[in-house]
Write a protein that binds this ligand. Structure first.
Ligand code: SF4
Length: 326
């Protein structure tokens, strides 16, 4: 099935209602990344990319502008245009040019969600600086914990990432740099990065980076490794309290639930729209119709058809029943 560069809109816990942009074509691979995170909602990476120079199916700025122009006018009430999708967007070295292209068409703020792996590179930092908001992952200040959670490609080091994030913050990237800290534990209850020692190391590392915002969250969609479990809300609140005592409550945000904003979407090809969304983000029935503003009665036959054709599958997780592209 043809997958679009621009997909959604989707509702997210952090960004409200956003239209997604995939910066790398997902031909032949469901995921284009230089990490293989244990919590990834897209499953396992088939072949880990080592660097931007490894990317064979990069989307061009012209393709993004053309696709964005086409779908943007069908959609109302967007909070963000978000570069994310089935890939690590900073692997595309034309990212900055793509963001500029989107900004020529729309006044909706642009966000890039990055795994932070390449922020040690100056060219990548320059690209990220074109966005209004950069949400960058930081799961630990300890190299071993960081490796265990992300399983990165060779030659990526946590120390370079920390230095790169500090440079981004110093340069006043776009308007805001938010660090996303995802806390996890295993099915046996073993905390992976939420022990007191890990939290203190994070406090020290975040103090050094000096971001504008810190987002605390835990896994909510089915992870790549079934043994990965969410951290309890009680523990998340304790961690937030510690972060607030260090950085102030205007900087720290506990991300628990999605916003319920609705807006009109003109549906030209509902089947393709639903598939394009589920390829990038597994969703429950409710999340799918709310995100796409489709209405449950319209969505049911579309899901039934995609399931019947074997294009999507249903997966059960602790947080509900999800639909995901196969
Ligand atoms: S969670 Fe993001 S960074 Fe990690 S493997 Fe998946 S796509 Fe890559």
């Amino acid at each position: 099935m043809n997958s679009r560069i621009v997909y959604g809109p989707l509702l997210s816990r952090r960004l409200g209602r956003s239209l997604g942009v995939d910066a790398i074509k997902n031909i032949g691979s469901k995921k284009n990344c230089n990490y293989d995170c244990i919590y990834c909602q897209l499953g396992h990476v088939e072949s880990k990319l080592k660097s931007p120079e490894d990317v064979k199916e990069a989307v061009t700025p012209e393709e993004v502008s053309e696709s964005f122009q086409k779908f943007n006018k069908d959609i109302e009430n967007l909070d963000y245009v978000t570069f994310s999708g089935t890939c690590e967007p900073s692997l595309n070295l034309s990212l900055g040019e793509m963001i500029q292209g989107v900004k020529k068409i729309s006044r909706v703020p642009v966000c890039v969600i990055t795994n932070s792996s390449l922020v040690g590179r100056e060219d990548v930092r320059k690209n990220l600086a074109q966005a209004d908001l950069v949400v960058a992952t930081l799961v630990s200040g300890n190299e071993n914990t960081w490796r265990r959670i992300h399983r990165p490609a060779p030659d990526i080091s946590l120390q370079e990432i920390i230095e790169g994030l500090r440079e981004l913050a110093k340069a006043g990237v776009g308007k805001r740099l938010a660090l996303e800290v995802m806390f996890l534990e295993s099915e046996t209850g073993e905390p992976l990065n939420s022990t007191d020692e890990e939290v203190e190391k994070l406090v020290q590392t975040i103090r050094y980076i000096c971001p504008d915002e810190i987002e605390v969250l835990t896994v909510s969609r089915p992870p790549a490794e079934k043994w990965v479990k969410p951290v309890s809300e009680e523990r998340l609140r304790e961690i937030v309290k510690r972060f607030v005592s260090e950085f102030g409550d205007e900087k720290v945000r506990l991300v628990l639930k999605g916003k319920n904003k609705r807006g009109k979407v003109l549906h030209r090809d509902p089947e393709e729209e639903v598939y394009a969304l589920l390829l990038r983000r597994p969703c429950t029935f409710e999340q799918t119709w709310q995100g796409l503003s489709m209405g449950p009665i319209c969505l049911s036959p579309v899901l039934k058809k995609l399931l019947g054709e074997g294009k999507i599958e249903k997966i059960d997780s602790e947080t509900g029943e999800y639909y995901r592209a196969k």
